[in-house]
Ligand binder design. Structure first.
Ligand SMILES: [Zn+2]
Length: 210
């Protein structure tokens, strides 16, 4: 194994972006900041901490293939790998829901917003699919509405044992891609079903700098 390809299996960072890297079996590594995060999780008595959830829901780190094959794969599936990943890690609670924005992934022709949504479980037989609608506006006033082909996965293995809450992992997709003039984004997220609640759920609002 070429150690210069070492990449933390928990966050994907490589030297020199990490201070220390601990090698595990095969291609497994863990960096000092992920070790610290694991320690924090172990010290937190609650079975369902935000940190544990954030770690468990990270997209899998793919161990780097040799450069040659990576270029070939890219040519065949140009949308597979983001050209830039911006970590956000913002969280807001509202009534009994939590929305955690995790990452912006920038691709050649679109970008994706990855998030975790924790909400009370829907009643069995409920006819609507839960979803969030996003409205984005950047510092130049440009707007992206809706979600073009994102996804929402129920992550029941991350839900609390008492099933008081359901965890969804989602991504919303936007095109055209971010422009080079974009330095800040205002993100509004609306749960359409939240409009039926009393009082109606307010849109979540996040401000991020890129
Ligand atoms: Zn790490």
């Amino acid at each position: 194994m070429d150690r210069s390809q070492a990449r933390c299996s928990f966050c994907g960072k490589r030297p020199p972006d990490v201070q220390r890297m601990v090698a595990g079996p095969g291609a497994a590594y863990i960096c000092d900041s992920c070790l610290k995060l694991c320690n924090d999780i172990l010290e937190d008595p609650s079975p369902f901490s935000a940190k544990a959830l954030e770690l468990a829901s990270r997209p899998p780190v793919v161990v780097a293939a040799p450069l040659e094959t990576r270029h070939r794969d890219l040519a065949e599936t140009p949308k597979l790998l983001p050209s830039r990943i911006i970590n956000i890690e913002l969280e807001q609670k509202q009534q009994d829901m939590t929305l955690m924005l995790q990452q912006l992934q920038v691709f050649e022709k679109h970008f994706e917003l990855h998030y975790i949504w924790i909400r009370p479980p829907l009643q069995a037989g409920f006819a609507f699919v839960p979803r969030l609608i996003f409205l984005l506006q950047d510092n130049t006033g440009y707007q992206w509405a809706g979600d073009r082909g994102g996804m929402l996965l129920a992550r029941s293995e991350l839900s609390s044992e008492s099933h008081q809450e359901a965890v969804y992992q989602g991504s919303a997709r936007f095109s055209p891609p971010l422009s080079t003039a974009t330095s800040a984004l205002s993100i509004h997220a609306i749960d359409p079903l939240g409009q039926l609640e009393n009082p109606p759920l307010q849109p979540w609002q996040f401000e991020i700098r890129l």
